[in-house]
Design a protein around this ligand. Structure first.
Ligand code: 5GP
Length: 162
């Protein structure tokens, strides 16, 4: 099911980015599995890069204090950027990352998330490509962790008891 949806997202992204100088930017570490599968399904030429955002506070939610601990290395000025994230919840992480990326003057930034939990949103963020909506609960697997565990599970599971 995940792979089928990843293929569909890749064809939407490819269709929207034909002829554009595009960089796929993955957010470490959670998006890595999704990022690699998505990149392999894209039949357009793209650059790839990564950034890392650390959120300070409880590990099951965003605290609002979000710092970029690794920046992209590719100059993004004039480029079309597709930001690839595992999950968007409150939106705080994504809006902070978008703020930083926009300073690099890309021609456009699109947001691609595997999972969206829209009912917990605190800040409005435009999600351009979304894999699946999730109702709530804390999910792990396919890159998503709980305290650095479960990232390598090949499917997504709801973690009980937290
Ligand atoms: P936001 O800033 O949108 O609230 O949260 C984004 C980050 O919180 C994600 O990148 C992820 O690290 C973490 N997060 C939010 N919900 C979940 C979840 O259900 N499972 C996991 N593993 N991480 C989550």
């Amino acid at each position: 099911m995940i792979q089928k949806r990843v293929k569909e997202l890749a064809s939407e992204i490819a269709r929207d980015h034909q002829g554009k100088d595009t960089v796929l930017v993955g957010i470490l570490k959670g998006a890595v599995f999704f990022f690699c599968d998505l990149a392999r399904e894209l039949d357009i030429q793209v650059g790839i890069d990564f950034l890392r955002a650390a959120s300070y506070g409880p590990s099951s939610s965003s605290s609002g204090t979000i710092t970029l601990t690794k920046d992209v290395e590719t100059p993004l000025e004039g480029k079309s950027v597709v930001l690839v994230e595992d999950i968007i919840d409150t939106g705080l992480t994504m809006s902070r990352i978008l703020e930083e990326l926009k300073r690099k003057k890309p021609s456009e930034v699109k947001v691609c998330v595997l999972l969206d939990k829209p009912e917990r949103r605190e800040i409005e963020v435009q999600v351009d490509y979304c894999g699946f909506r999730v109702e709530g609960g804390f999910v792990v697997g396919y890159g998503l962790d709980y305290d650095e565990q479960y990232r390598n599970l090949s499917e997504i599971f709801v973690l009980k008891g937290i």
